[in-house]
Design a protein around this ligand. Structure first.
Ligand SMILES: Cc1cc2nc3c(=O)[nH]c(=O)nc-3n(C[C@H](O)[C@H](O)[C@H](O)COP(=O)(O)OP(=O)(O)OC[C@H]3O[C@@H](n4cnc5c(N)ncnc54)[C@H](O)[C@@H]3O)c2cc1C
Length: 467
């Protein structure tokens, strides 16, 4: 028997569950199908567990400062078994929260693996049960598939994926991390804070404005992470540890470690979920969509990691909401221009908009300012004075083109930056409002004031007093 449904969402990751909840809010009858755990890669293996590790490492690093202020602590050590139960408890709690939201939002949740049988039919397999559905609309939110360099054998017990690295049961003595983006930096910085000797091999350059890249490298070095960029791994051998041969602009080198973490790239598996039965137009090996998530087949939508663009929950969430709104007859749009780039190292990095180089390449005559966190009172009282904020703006109009920061509170601060960029703000739009005091926000305000050399807390050479 074929059952009928209005909207079926395949995959309960951040893309899928946001789409399901928003569509239900807008009056749609929604069925969400999940073959694994609600929350997808983000909640169960990616964003949340990685931020539990980076948060743990960052709190561990704060001990010295807390003791200096008068907090009396006993001898400190790391118990990864406790961290594991903490992580599982948090993930379960968050997952139960989402499941509760789906229930109270009226979303029908089905367990099982969904597979397209045709352009308007889906089969769901759950153990020995198979059910058949006809849908009016379907959103494909099945996530991505991590791809690893074929020359590295991922079967070695000393070679781990980025997800396995988040749940290690011992702090590795000598850790080599190979990657291309924020995930590798976060893992490297976290384990260095917890006591590993870390070598970070980045495929390209650090993907940030040069001023941020310089400061990041300085801070990683200070935290005893040895960083090499523009690396190609030539071979990996393991014999009770790992030996990695690589090439970089400085030549061919070898590094030894107890473990190697390889951070994969987000691809898509278009042979699963019966997608190969559909004549879907594809791009970059993923499902091609328009600005609202429509695929080339009417009634079939796609969102998140299965579609082109960066493999980020930030994108999946927004795409889920946009597609749900379009299905409900509203107009939305997905625009990645001001997508923030975040690294949860200590201090964190957060950037939005164009780097100085990108702005120049786009033909802008630019003026930039740099403001160090050591000039910010709130950072000083917390002894979190490392880092800086760089603003890129257009000369003459003071239109803000890019906001780049590494420093305390950067991940929260960047929202103000994204909002300003979205609203085509000029420097005065940022400097006119009142800012909470004392706070890291003031560092952002002064970085903007510094575009005209007026940041109050930066020392300058004395001018002769006017008599
Ligand atoms: C270590 C790590 C750290 C990360 N940190 C961040 C971060 O800090 N910020 C950020 O924005 N992003 C981060 N990401 C990326 C983020 O996890 C992904 O971009 C995001 O999960 C993609 O969401 P999605 O909904 O497209 O897919 P997924 O989260 O992968 O969810 C897809 C779901 O579909 C289900 N599914 C698949 N096929 C079927 C089927 N046939 N039938 C039924 N169900 C099916 C799967 O079981 C899964 O639950 C991180 C990723 C990793 C690996």
């Amino acid at each position: 028997m074929v059952e009928k449904r209005d909207l079926m969402v395949i995959g309960g990751g951040p893309g899928g569950y946001h789409a399901a909840l928003r569509a239900a809010q807008l009056g749609q009858q929604v069925t969400l199908i999940e073959q694994g755990e609600i929350g997808g890669a983000c909640l169960n293996e990616g964003c949340i567990p990685s931020k539990i590790l980076t948060h743990f490492a960052s709190e561990f690093r704060k001990q010295g400062h807390l003791q200096k202020m008068g907090m009396v602590m006993g001898e400190t050590s790391i118990d990864l078994a406790r961290l594991k139960s903490y992580r599982e408890e948090k993930i379960q709690g968050l997952r139960a929260g989402v499941e509760g939201l789906l229930r109270s939002g009226g979303v029908e949740v089905m367990k099982g693996a969904a597979s397209f049988l045709s352009e308007n039919r889906i089969g769901i397999e759950n153990g020995h049960q198979f059910s058949l559905f006809e849908f009016k609309q379907a959103i494909v939110a099945i996530g991505g598939k991590m791809e690893y360099p074929s020359r590295i054998s991922m079967k070695s017990p000393f070679v781990l994926t980025e997800r396995e690295a988040l749940t290690m049961t011992e702090i590795p003595e000598e850790l080599i991390v190979s990657g291309h983006d924020y995930v590798a930096i976060e893992i490297a910085a976290a384990y260095a804070a917890l006591g590993s000797a870390v070598t970070l091999l980045m495929e390209g350059r650090l993907p940030f404005d040069q001023a941020i890249e310089r400061e990041m490298k300085r801070l990683l070095k200070k935290q005893k992470v040895s960083v090499t960029t523009e690396v190609t791994i030539l071979s990996v051998s393991d014999d009770g540890g790992v030996e990695v041969d690589y090439e970089s602009p400085t030549g061919t080198r070898q590094v030894n470690g107890t473990h190697l973490v390889v951070c994969g790239k987000s691809g898509a598996d278009l042979t699963c979920a019966g997608l190969d039965r559909l004549q879907l137009e594809c791009e970059e090996g993923k499902i091609k969509v328009d600005g609202e998530g429509r695929t080339s087949i009417p009634g079939v939508w796609a969102i998140g990691d299965v579609t082109p663009g960066p493999g980020l929950a930030i994108k999946a969430i927004k795409e889920g909401k946009v597609a749900a709104e379009a299905i409900a007859g509203k107009t939305g749009e997905m625009d990645l221009e001001w997508l923030p780039a975040i690294v949860h190292m200590d201090p964190p990095v957060a950037c939005a908009g164009w780097t100085e180089e990108e702005a120049k390449d786009r033909g802008y005559d630019v003026v930039c300012s740099e403001y160090p966190f050591r000039a910010n009172g709130f950072a000083a009282l917390k002894e979190e004075t490392d880092g800086m904020i760089k603003i890129v703006s257009e000369k003459g109009t003071s239109l803000i083109l890019g906001i780049h920061m590494i420093g305390p509170g950067a991940v929260e601060l960047i929202s103000t930056g994204v909002l300003g960029l979205e609203m085509a703000a000029r420097a005065e739009d940022f400097t006119f409002p009142l800012y909470p005091h004392p706070s890291s926000n003031e560092a952002l305000m002064e970085a903007l004031e510094e575009l005209t050399g007026h940041a109050v807390h930066l020392q300058r050479r004395k001018k002769k007093a006017v008599r």
